[in-house]
Ligand binder design. Structure first.
Ligand SMILES: [Zn+2]
Length: 257
């Protein structure tokens, strides 16, 4: 096995384990619980979960998705997030190789998956993740990127959505976006610089509008149903982080052949 394959495999394994911890974060952070104590326990029967029932992916498969003690179904989100993290980490290791960029990519993508799932399940983006996210983004820019465009990215990211939300409220008297969305865009701006913002805002709004419209049609829900916007911001942010350069150059070749 060569070094690169080894790094990819190791990264995938660690990603699986971090995915397991991420599930704890997704469950506990919105409930205001500590992510460190107490150890894992079943939310239904409160029984402690033994280490052998807590192995990423495998335990869920062996237990056939049920608690060993009370048989309550364990959400498929558990193995889903574990596999998602494992594959993401392996993919990032393949794309970036051992480098500071890999570290930045892993931190950003993991944070974005956790935030997306929390927003999807609870409809809000907790400050305890987005605000440190802004500082971590600035710190990475200071280390390997462009600190100035990172700081502008954070400020403009927050301000742009704040302004849109205020205007939307003036016109419709309804809250369209939550403050969590402002902070998530500030975090994305901090990681990628202000240059990323037009793409992220455009793509997330477009995809969010299409999916949201389809969802309202299919589920026959009223137009006041709130659809979390965080996952779309996160997806658009990842696209830009991974393929921003390619996207920019294909724009240019389309516009100026
Ligand atoms: Zn149980």
């Amino acid at each position: 096995m060569d070094v690169q394959t080894f790094v990819i495999l190791m990264s995938g394994m660690v990603g699986l384990m971090v995915g397991s911890f991420s599930n704890v974060c997704v469950y506990r952070i919105p409930r205001g619980e500590s992510v460190a104590f107490p150890g894992s326990h079943c939310p239904n029967c409160n029984h402690d979960i033994a280490w052998y029932d807590n192995i990423p992916l495998f335990s869920w498969l062996i237990l056939q998705g049920k608690c060993r003690h009370c048989q309550l179904a364990i959400s498929a989100r558990y193995p889903f997030l574990e596999v998602l993290m494992g594959l993401s980490w392996a993919f990032l290791a393949w794309k970036f190789g051992p480098s500071p960029m890999l570290l930045e990519a892993i931190v950003l993508v993991s944070l974005l998956w956790i935030l997306s799932l929390i927003d999807y399940e609870t409809g809000y983006l907790p400050d305890v993740l987005t605000l440190p996210g802004v500082f971590i983004g600035v710190a990475f820019a200071w280390w390997v990127g462009d600190i100035q465009s990172s700081l502008w990215g954070a400020v403009v990211g927050y301000g742009a959505f704040w302004l849109v939300a205020k205007l939307f409220f003036l016109v419709t008297k309804k809250e369209g976006m939550g403050a969590g969305d402002f902070k998530l865009l500030a975090m994305l701006g901090a990681f990628m610089g202000w240059q990323a913002l037009p793409f992220i805002v455009f793509v997330s709004s477009l995809v969010g509008a299409v999916v949201g419209f389809a969802y309202l049609k299919l589920s026959k829900q009223g137009r006041d149903t709130e659809i979390p916007f965080g996952p779309y911001l996160a997806m658009a942010g990842m696209l830009w982080f991974l393929w921003g350069h390619e996207i920019l150059s294909s724009y240019r070749s389309l516009l100026f052949p």
